[in-house]
Structure formats: structure tokens, C-alpha cells
Design a protein around this ligand. Structure first.
Ligand code: 5AD
Length: 344
């Protein structure tokens, strides 16, 4: 085990069999090493991002997601520019220095509308990072939003395996386009995040090994991984949730593979298990993303059943989150928390 971890941390490519061995082992030592790797780059600091879920409209029909267009029971809403700016204002007061604008793929927010919102946030909060998470768009659109002042972009690749991608998405979505978007974002200069769900239907350990290889090649600044959780109004309603231990092991492996990654302990992890995010931090995560959306819309942004929204994941409860992070040996800080480039 020790030599495998040494080699992973040394930047070596492991074989499929070796990765599989790491993915199946129960090993506190793996987490210890992951924490040490994180602490060497970022210290024991946890960065927080204020998540503003600004539209629940989506033109896509992904089989796993509660916001899919075929879910007629979903409650749809859009925040106005003023509401979004209001979220930023309260977030800034609470200590947030990164705002994440996340939404479904909603044509209403075309380049003009979105660029106007981004540039206004940029004008009012020059010391903050602006992260967008609004799905697949064209190169020119990404460029325009970057020029308007966005710095970071989250677009999970969902799975690096084409066949598995086809199992999770309708035919009009292609894994090639998803990967092209990620490369465009990086080229433009965004701190780019990809990511995938653990335990999504049809996922095998082989697929996860492919995801890790894809991440090694893409060299993203961030990777979002969390357990798959079923949503009752989707074709995957009866599928089972992703595994906690496997999710934690993958977080640790990602940290060791790329020590400078910004790695969130996700809301999905906190939904799967009350202490999920603390466990994520103990496995090497260094980002949390509390919810800054207006209270009355939080229950409407339901990617999966029982998504937590009002406890320590609510931006208003930063004090509680701080305590939880402290219990995991870490300090929640007021900082933009930018990606640190390292040579290896
Ligand atoms: N369970 C867990 N994560 C989900 N996502 C969407 N639906 C689910 C689900 N049912 C994740 C996807 C998407 C991100 C915004 O949320 O990976 O990229």
C-alpha cells in the first residue's frame, strides 16, 4: 500500500489493477497521506464558496437529475439580476469571497443577460472570484463571460467512458462535446473544474479508473466528486445511492494524484451522511460550498431527493460549519482560495 501511494504521489501512472487495488482497500493511512499532501500545498485551510442556484430551468434531460426537462413535477424558477446581486451582498457580509453562479441550461440566460450580471458582480466585488456553472456553451460564449469578469468554471464531465456516458444521458448529449467544452474553458484561462458522481447507475471500477486517467490528462484546477443519489421523479428513481467509503477513497486518491487540486466536500456527501463533509475533509478535501440562494427557492433546486439546504450547508450558518471543519482538524477561512500552480 505504501509504495502504491508513494508512486501515486510521485506523479507516476498506476496500472488499472493498481488503481483498482487502491479503490477497494480500507486504509486510514490513505487518508492520512492525503491530508498531509493537502496541508503541504494549502495548509489545513478550507475555502468556502457561496453557491447561488439562480435558475432551475433546464433544456437537458439527463437521466439522473431532478431538474431534467421531463420532470414535470419540478418547480421552476429564475432569480432576477437584483436577487442575484442581493445574494452576493449578503454572502460578502458573511465572509464569502467566491460566488458560484450555478443553474440548469436555461436559454433565458443568454450571453447578454449573463454577461451583464457577471460584469455587475465584478464591478461591485473586485476582490472576489466569480465561478460559473451553467453547462455546455460555445467557445465565444465562454470567452465573453470570461471577459465580463468570470474566473472559474465548473462543468463535470460526469464519466470519461463513452458507453457509460450514453447510459446516463440522452443521445443529444455527447461526451465529445463535454470534453471539448472543458478544453475550451481551460484554453480561455478559466480555473476549470470537471468531476463525476460515484456510484451512478452502470458505473464500474474500470470506469472510475478511466475518470482518473482523464483527470490526469486534463489537469483541472478543481474536481467535484460526490455520491450519486436517486431522485424520485427520474428514470433512476429506484437505483441505489453511491457508496460513502468509495467516495472518500476517490477524494484521497485525487488529492494524492494532484496535491494542488481544489477539492470540494460536496453537498451530496453531506446529504448521504450527516458527517459526510467532515469525512470528506478528513480524506483530503479543502472546499465547501454552502448555499447562498434565497431561502424560498432552495427546496426547488432538487438535483436528488432530500438535498440538504438549511443546516450547516446554509451560508447563514457559517459558524456551525466552522465548528464542523475544526472537528475535522481544519480552519474555515475568508479567502478567494485560488488554485496554486505547482511544478511536479
Ligand atoms: N445525484 C448526485 N449528483 C447529481 N448531480 C445531478 N444529479 C445528481 C444526482 N441525482 C450532479 C451532476 C451535475 C452536478 C451539478 O450535480 O454531476 O454535474
Amino acid at each position: 500500500m505504501k509504495t502504491l501511494i508513494d508512486r501515486l504521489e510521485g506523479g507516476e501512472s498506476l496500472s488499472r489493477g493498481e488503481f483498482k487495488a487502491l479503490l477497494s482497500v480500507e486504509e486510514p493511512y490513505l487518508y492520512e497521506r492525503a491530508r498531509a499532501a493537502r496541508d503541504r500545498v494549502y495548509g489545513n485551510k478550507i475555502f468556502m464558496r457561496g453557491l447561488i442556484e439562480f435558475t432551475s430551468h433546464c433544456k437537458n434531460d439527463c437521466y439522473y437529475c431532478g431538474l431534467r426537462r421531463s420532470n414535470k413535477a419540478a418547480q421552476r424558477y429564475r432569480l432576477t439580476k437584483e436577487q442575484i446581486l442581493g445574494c452576493c451582498e449578503s454572502g460578502y457580509g458573511l465572509g464569502f469571497r467566491t460566488f458560484v453562479l450555478q443553474g440548469g441550461e436555461d436559454a433565458y440566460f443568454d450571453d447578454d443577460r449573463l454577461a451583464e450580471i457577471v460584469s455587475e458582480i465584478r464591478r461591485r466585488y473586485p476582490d472576489c472570484a466569480i465561478t460559473l456553472s451553467v453547462g455546455e456553451r460555445g467557445y465565444d460564449s465562454y470567452l465573453r463571460l470570461y471577459e465580463a469578469g468570470a474566473n472559474r468554471y465548473l462543468l463535470r464531465h460526469e464519466t470519461a467512458n463513452s458507453d457509460h456516458y450514453g447510459l446516463l444521458h440522452p443521445p443529444e448529449l455527447s461526451p465529445e462535446n463535454r470534453k471539448k467544452c472543458l478544453r475550451d474553458l481551460k484554453e480561455i484561462g478559466y480555473q476549470t473544474g470537471c468531476g463525476f458522481m460515484i456510484g451512478s447507475p452502470g458505473q464500474t471500477l474500470e470506469h472510475i479508473v478511466e475518470d482518473l486517467a482523464f483527470i490526469k490528462e486534463l489537469k483541472p484546477a478543481m474536481v467535484g466528486v460526490g455520491p450519486f443519489l436517486p431522485h424520485s421523479c427520474t428514470p433512476f428513481a429506484r437505483e441505489k445511492s453511491g457508496d460513502l467509503q468509495l467516495t472518500l477513497r476517490i477524494l484521497a486518491i485525487l488529492r494524492l494524484m494532484r496535491p494542488n487540486l481544489l477539492l470540494p466536500a460536496t453537498t451530496a456527501l453531506g446529504t448521504l451522511c450527516d458527517k459526510g463533509r467532515e469525512m470528506g475533509v478528513m480524506a483530503g478535501a479543502n472546499v465547501v460550498m454552502p448555499n447562498l440562494s434565497p431561502m424560498d427557492v432552495r427546496k426547488k433546486y432538487m438535483l436528488y431527493d432530500n438535498k440538504i439546504a438549511t443546516g450547516s450547508e446554509a451560508a447563514e450558518n457559517v459558524a456551525d460549519l466552522k465548528k464542523r471543519m475544526l472537528a475535522a482538524g481544519c480552519e474555515l477561512v475568508i479567502s478567494r482560495g485560488d488554485y496554486i500552480e505547482i511544478q511536479r
